[in-house]
Structure formats: C-alpha cells, structure tokens
Design a protein around this ligand. Structure first.
Ligand SMILES: NC(=O)c1ccc[n+]([C@@H]2O[C@H](COP(=O)([O-])OP(=O)(O)OC[C@H]3O[C@@H](n4cnc5c(N)ncnc54)[C@H](OP(=O)(O)O)[C@@H]3O)[C@@H](O)[C@H]2O)c1
Length: 212
C-alpha cells in the first residue's frame, strides 16, 4: 500500500501543537529561554503571562511577542520571585486576573559565580530562592488555578526548567551556578572564568560553536 503523503495525513496537522484557549504562565519570560517559550506558546494560540523583575523589559517583551503575529496574546506582570512574598503576590495577581492556569513554566533563574571561600551567603540565598524555592512556592500558590484547568484527559502542566549544573558537580573548590548560552553570552567569559575557569566550563555551558 502506498504511504499517505504527509500533506494528506489529516486535517488537524496545523493544530498539532495548538494550545489555543489555554492560559500559560512563564516566569522569566522577558528574555532568553523564557521569552522563546512564551513566544512559542503565544504563537500556538495560548494566552500567556510573563513575569520578571524589570517591568519595562517585561512589558517590552510582551509587546514584541504580540507584534510578531502570534495567534494568542502575551501579557506582562512584574514580579520578583526571589522571596516567598513575591511568589504570593504573583499568585494573587493571577487569581485576580485569570480563572485557571493550564501551563506553568517555572523558568526564571539566576546565577552567582565565585570561589567557594568567597561565596557570599546572600548570593547563595538569592540563587536558591529564585531557582529552587520559587518554583515550589508558585506552584503551590496557584494550585487552585491549576486544578481548575486540569481535566482527566488533559491535566494542567507544571514545567520546571533546570540545568545540567544541578546534575554534574562542579570542580572542587569552585561554585558555578548556571551560565547563559549563545553568542550573547560571549561577554560573560570574564565572570565565567573567574568562577570556574578553563575551556571545560565554556564549552559545557554554551552549546554551539562560539568564535574565539
Ligand atoms: N542559558 C543556559 O545555558 C541554560 C542552561 C541550563 C539551564 N538554564 C535554565 O534556563 C532558565 C532561563 O535561563 P536563561 O539563560 O534564559 O536566563 P536569562 O537570560 O538570564 O533570563 C532570566 C529570566 O529570569 C528573570 N528573573 C531573574 N531573576 C528573577 C526573579 N528574582 N524574579 C523574577 N524573574 C527573574 C529575568 O528577568 P529580570 O532580570 O528582569 O528579573 C529573565 O527574564 C534558567 O532557569 C536556567 O537555569 C539555562
């Protein structure tokens, strides 16, 4: 039997990745990976809320997404998720403005690199607060909204963005908590070398070829 050409495989192909009518929250959606996720979800029809600290950049990111011809829509709301209070405020805002949340992407993340002996407690607290505690607090904080969205055949989703640096232990005597990737991060070489040093870190944390 002749295989069915891909173009005739079904009327729903165009909607394969549709999230039309769903509400998605992307923390740290103002730039980087979060902005890419937010744009993708809005492109495929979702009502997306992005949250990050710098209000102007957050709003500009939402406007850029909306101006790019997406099927859905993006809204910005400023939030500092490094503290439980910040997470509670965002949860309260979401409860006030949205009936339910289908997709929560805990993407906001921060980093702090320093030799172990010089690593400040404030830096450790900031990184843990944003990267580890906030995803828990925010998920629990909007549980009623997630439960309202969830159905037996289509549960609400919580997507936590992590880093391989959480799996692979850094070299002894150094702490390096996440680096950015890509060309834009080229300028990060100085703090990266200060923190970890050597080609190993640069190659591991920045997939893709970077010019010397
Ligand atoms: N890029 C990589 O190579 C890589 C690798 C592995 C994992 N990841 C993970 O991917 C996620 C995103 O990384 P990225 O490289 O795209 O980061 P990024 O470009 O630095 O963007 C971080 C985003 O989080 C927001 N943010 C930071 N602190 C926040 C806070 N306290 N409250 C609310 N929002 C905050 C930032 O906006 P404001 O500064 O305005 O708050 C920004 O929107 C992180 O969780 C990271 O661990 C990245």
């Amino acid at each position: 039997m002749e295989p069915t050409p891909l173009s005739q495989s079904g009327p729903d192909d165009a909607d394969l990745f549709s999230v039309h009518g769903r509400t998605a929250v992307v923390t740290g959606g103002s730039r980087g990976i979060g902005a890419m996720i937010a744009r993708g979800l809005a492109r495929d029809g979702a009502q997306v809320v992005i949250a990050s600290r710098k209000a102007d950049q957050c709003r500009a990111a939402a406007e850029a997404i909306n101006a790019s011809g997406v099927r859905g829509h993006c809204t910005a709301t400023p939030a500092d998720l490094s503290s439980p209070e910040g997470c509670q405020r965002l949860a309260a805002w979401l409860a006030e403005h949205h009936h339910s949340v289908d997709i929560l992407v805990n993407n906001a993340g921060t980093t702090w690199g320093a030799p172990l002996e010089a690593f400040p407690t404030a830096g450790w607290t900031k990184v843990l607060g944003t990267n580890l505690i906030a995803p828990f607090d925010l998920t629990v904080g909007i549980l009623p909204l997630l439960r309202r969205a969830g159905r037996a055949d289509r549960p609400a989703r919580v997507i936590n963005i992590g880093s391989v640096d959480g799996i692979n232990a850094p070299p002894v005597g150094e702490l390096l908590l996440q680096r950015r990737q890509g060309r834009a991060a080229h300028a990060d070489q100085t703090p990266c070398q200060t923190a970890g040093g050597g080609a190993h870190h640069r190659e591991r944390d920045r997939p893709g070829a970077l010019p010397d």
